[in-house]
Ligand binder design. Sequence first.
Ligand code: AP5
Length: 220
Amino acid sequence: MEKTQMAMLKLVLLGPPGAGKGTQAKSLSEELGLAHISTGDILRQAIQQDSELGKEAKRYVDNGELVPDGLVTKMVIERLERPDAKRGFILDGFPRNIKQAQDLDGFFAQEGYSDYKVIYLDATEKTIIQRLGGRMICKKCQAVFHLTNIPPKEDSRCDFCKSELYQRQDDREETVRYRLSVYAQATKPVVEYYARQGRIMEFDADRESSVVLKEMLQGL
Ligand code: AP5
């Protein structure tokens, strides 16, 4: 595929918590000039700002439960209608159940997006627990680090803006295990839904980020 076509890509990124969706979506969006739309990031920002959406979403996000479809789908469609997304996007964290996938298909049909692709990053439970247990996020610029895999240069400080790093409330081990059960029950069927449509491109996300990125770019 040529570079100009790559910049118009419509991508959906699926995978369990901690597979590296946010990490890879950031690299892919920079590499290909696509809008990175992360539902988790939008919800956490709304919570930080204490907006109406944030107030409604907080207890679900903190407990690792899915935020009700009505709230999330509306938020995603509004974001997809913005001009930057019309030129190409990576959807990270949506859809997360069959209803969301069907609603997204309805929107894509209306927009004439018949050629969108679905990237599925798979990772083992051992990797997921190790990654989420060590993840640290910058309070200000949201840059993502890992205590051992991608350690910040200064203890608990962001390399880029020097602000404090924090651990997500839903990254505590018992909540991670609950999120994995939500994934298995609600989101895994979405992988099968897209597999039936012949859209899935699957990658082993247990490996180093740069290896996974290179393979995805080759696959696209
Ligand atoms: P969301 O933020 O989307 O969480 P998630 O899907 O559980 O995914 P994570 O952000 O935990 O992991 P990731 O795969 O992005 O991994 P990352 O790249 O950070 O959603 C949070 C919550 O919001 C949900 O629980 C729900 O409440 C709500 N929500 C969101 N979308 C929703 C929807 N559609 N419907 C309803 N509710 C919704 O990597 C993890 C760590 O590993 C990092 O420290 C990173 O540095 C490190 N790392 C990454 N890749 C590698 C690698 N290859 N090697 C070594 N380390 C790596």
